[in-house]
Design a protein around this ligand. Structure first.
Ligand code: NAP
Length: 288
């Protein structure tokens, strides 16, 4: 079993981006600017945004975070988005999900200018992605594709089973991996799928984005499969300084030995997701 080491790869790509940003600024251009909006104080969301901010700074981007209270109204959030859409200094921004229940997430996403939608969540970018047009690809599936491509994983004609059909991970991942270039034959599974185990056992490449801790067990994975675990869960752990540890959607202790390649959790898909966001921001900057 070999590791699809997202952490190491993210470092390498960040160095490449930082080199490009250095060149741009040495030529007298301003640095790319990525902004993030966070509503409320959800612990995981705050960690994600802090990581995005840290990574932005590491590559030389300007980074700003708009922290809004849990009680922010939909109208107030829409106003902030309007401001960011029109701020000429900002190349791209993200609205950290999930949002508090009283805010309609899709309405907020729809309000983001597609040209600054570096998360690739707006209907325009999703439509362009499905058509194979130039667009911002959602960061997590883009990270999965980068990981497979840069590690030289053979994908052409392989059976890829994607567990999960969310708009931000499963559905775009299934779309991208079935496209020319990757050329997988893709099966996308969800909570109503029958014979899930049998389908998983047919997977040459198994992408798991199901949101259930350690759901995938050894009896569901074919010998030699390539495994991509997107899941992130914090579970209490008194032995850790911060009181928790991070696990995935796959029971790695028993599954990894069967795989040819596997993503660790943490340190697999997560770091590549952040790097993809940086790559999209650099692209937005260059377009402008
Ligand atoms: P989500 O929106 O909750 O979607 C989960 C998907 O799994 C749904 O399509 C659901 O089916 C399906 N599902 C749930 N239970 C199932 C079952 N028993 N059998 C088959 N399918 C089942 O989750 P998400 O946003 O895609 O995220 C998935 C995981 O990835 C989470 O752990 C999340 O924290 C993590 N994540 C990680 C990153 C990263 O950067 N590493 C980024 C985003 C998300 P239905 O559609 O039928 O309900």
């Amino acid at each position: 079993m070999q590791l699809l080491d997202g952490k190491a790869m993210a470092l390498q790509i960040k160095e490449e981006i930082a080199g490009e940003v250095r060149q741009l600024t040495q030529q007298g251009h301003r640095a790319p600017h990525l902004a993030a909006v966070i509503v409320g104080e959800d612990g995981a969301s705050m960690t994600y945004v802090a990581n995005k901010e840290k990574s932005s700074k590491e590559v030389g981007f300007t980074s700003s975070v708009y922290r809004m209270s849990e009680k922010t109204t939909e109208a107030q959030l829409l106003e902030t988005i309007e401001f960011l859409n029109n701020d000429p200094d900002i190349d791209g921004f993200i609205v950290q999900l999930p949002l508090p229940k009283h805010i309609n997430e899709q309405k907020i996403i729809n309000a983001i200018s597609p040209e600054k939608d570096v998360d690739g969540f707006t209907p325009i970018n999703i439509g362009r992605m499905v058509l194979g047009e130039e667009c911002f690809v959602p960061a997590t599936p883009m990270g999965i594709c980068t990981l497979l491509k840069r590690y030289g994983i053979e994908t052409v004609g392989k059976h890829c089973v994607v567990l999960g059909r969310s708009n931000i991970v499963g559905t775009p991942a299934a779309n991208l991996l079935s496209r020319k270039g990757f050329d997988c034959t893709v099966t996308m599974c969800h909570s109503k799928t029958q014979n899930l185990k049998e389908l998983c056992l047919q997977a040459d490449i198994l992408v798991v984005a199901i949101g259930k801790p350690e759901f995938v067990t050894a009896d569901m994975v074919k010998e030699g499969a390539v495994l991509v675990d997107v899941g992130i869960h914090r579970v209490p752990d008194a032995t850790k300084k911060n009181g928790y540890r991070v696990i995935g959607d796959v029971k790695h202790s028993e599954v990894d030995a069967k795989c040819s390649w596997t993503t660790p959790v943490p340190g697999g898909v997560g770091p590549l997701t952040i790097v993809s966001l940086l790559e999209n921001t650099l692209k937005a900057y260059k377009r402008r």
